[in-house]
Design a protein around this ligand. Structure first.
Ligand code: NM2
Length: 511
């Protein structure tokens, strides 16, 4: 087992170049970032919409058809983890501080600059706002995660591919040695870049939010130094976790995290405007279902209000950037589950978990604003999103317990995403990592430190657009890889079809 020098140094070069650009020329970088964002979202955005719609359809075909019966690891394999542990782990890997950032305030943006040409701040806009949040964190989004999982897990278990990388998903097209061929190596490099970019968006949103909460707590102003302090605490947490090894750690951490998050959300619901939150949740959930096709295909060609570019495209890019990483991780924990269970479980529990947060947290914030208890929308417009979130949390009773719990929860959510991210990068940059081996400890900790360079740069440049742009840029090549992995998956599935017909939920095939 040795460090893969080419990939290691190529990644270091990418991070150093990106970091120097952001920290060395913040003003120029800020403008360049804005222009790049608008160009990609404006010109290629519609392809992201196609990709998400296609992923949803492909998964429905697999899950509802005969292929859904394939059991990963062979007919006799039994799930390695209980369903609760499995759901907790996949949720905490795929969801990080980002959910805690957006849950209280996403509706504000949609209500004030609404889709479908609605009047800003109108009753319709206020009902559509949570519906869109459900959509952007719903079945379509989880479909990107689930498709990556199935495309990697199927060859890994069914064809016994000996390595777990993004290129594993291309075995059906390129053969078993794809990961050592130049194309496979480029794909695995893209995987690492996507992870670094996707996680950078998360940390550069969550950090200033925690910073604002700390400022609210001590009554001090928000500064860059506080943000750097928050990053330092986060790094200390996830570097320790990845140093210790994640196999046992991540499972327990995720279970505790999932339970704490559910308790927090239900506490806010029960001690807040329970009836209003549930009514708005029900009505906007129905609205989302009713408008699902429209939301999936609406490109806003006539009004060109930028709603799609600012939100839908951004979200799809962010989910896409995370998809290979989540796919690899969920593959590892899904032995013994059928494709139908993997797809159904991810779509259902993932969507429900996110919806829980938006109903309990988002709708409570919306009620505070509507009832006049706290002018969330005005605070956001005047002082920015982080201050609005901190203001909302400070208004929850008894101050400062909910605020402190939210900060703690954010740190845990960040840690459970970033420790596995550092681990996955180290694993990808190691050669000869056969089953049961772990990448060197120094190597795992090195990546834990390296992946915060970009978020620090983005926070320094400042603004939501900078944070959003990281995911948009890195996800672009994944659109192409996504098509290739789907074609590859169907090739394998078709080859194995006869086997399924004869043996039921077939035994796995070696190479
Ligand atoms: N996604 C789920 O910070 C986070 O929540 C990470 C964000 C891709 C929108 C994931």
């Amino acid at each position: 087992m040795q460090v893969d020098r080419v990939l290691f140094w190529a990644m270091v070069a990418v991070i150093v170049a990106w970091g120097t650009f952001l920290l060395g020329f913040p003003e120029f970088a800020g403008k360049a970032v804005d222009r790049t964002y608008s160009w990609i979202a404006g010109e290629v955005g519609v392809v992201y919409q196609w990709a998400v719609a296609a992923a949803t359809i492909v998964l429905a075909v697999i899950a509802l058809g005969r292929y859904g019966r394939y059991r990963l690891g062979g007919k006799a394999a039994r799930p390695a983890y209980s369903t609760f542990s499995w759901v907790a782990m996949l949720f905490c890997t795929g969801i990080g501080g980002g959910l805690l950032y957006w849950a209280p305030i996403e509706w504000v943006y949609y209500a004030d600059t609404p889709p479908f040409g609605l009047e800003p701040g109108s009753a319709e806009a206020l009902e559509v706002a949570p519906a869109y949040a459900f959509f952007h964190w719903g079945v379509s989004a989880w479909a990107l995660y689930a498709l990556a999982t199935v495309a990697i897990a199927y060859p890994y278990y069914q064809r016994k591919v000996a390595y777990l990388r993004l290129s594993t998903s291309l075995v059906g097209l390129m053969g078993h040695d794809v990961s050592s061929r130049p194309f496979g190596r480029v794909v695995d490099f893209i995987f690492v870049v996507a992870m670094v970019g996707g996680t950078a968006t998360s940390l550069s949103l969550a950090t200033p939010m925690v910073g604002a909460c700390i400022s609210a707590l001590f009554g001090i102003g928000e500064t860059f130094a506080i943000d750097v302090g928050v990053i330092a605490i986060s790094v200390a947490l996830f570097a320790t976790s990845v140093y210790l090894g994640i196999d046992k750690g991540i499972k327990r951490f995720s279970e505790i995290n999932a339970i704490a998050a559910i308790i927090f959300a239900i506490y806010v619901l029960l001690t807040g405007p329970t009836g209003f939150a549930l009514k708005l949740g029900t009505s906007s959930f129905g609205l989302m279902i009713q408008e699902f096709v429209r939301m999936s295909t609406w490109t806003d060609p006539i009004l060109s209000s930028n709603f799609i570019e600012d939100w839908t495209i951004f979200y799809w890019a962010w989910w896409l950037a995370y998809a290979p990483f989540v796919g690899l991780f969920v593959t590892r924990i899904s032995r013994g589950r059928s494709l139908r269970q993997v797809i159904g479980g991810m779509l259902l529990y993932g969507t429900l978990g996110c919806a829980l947060f938006f109903v309990c947290i988002g709708n409570t914030a919306q009620w505070m604003d509507t009832s006049g208890e706290l002018a969330v929308r005005e605070i956001l417009a005047a002082d920015g999103p982080e201050t609005a979130i901190a203001g909302f949390l400070s208004a929850l009773k008894p101050f400062p317990l909910p605020l402190l719990s939210y900060v703690a929860l954010t740190f845990i959510f960040i840690a459970t995403t970033y420790d596995s991210a550092s681990y996955a990068i180290a694993a990808s940059a190691t050669r000869g990592l056969t089953a049961g081996l772990n990448p060197h400890r120094w190597h795992r900790v090195f990546w834990a430190l390296a992946i915060v360079v970009l978020p620090i740069g983005l926070i320094f440049v400042g603004g939501l657009q900078a944070a959003k742009s990281a995911s948009l840029v890195v996800s672009l090549p994944l659109l192409v890889i996504g098509v290739a992995m789907t074609v590859s998956l169907f090739r394998l599935l078709r080859e194995d079809r006869a086997d399924l017909d004869v043996n039921g939920a077939s035994s796995s095939k070696g190479s």
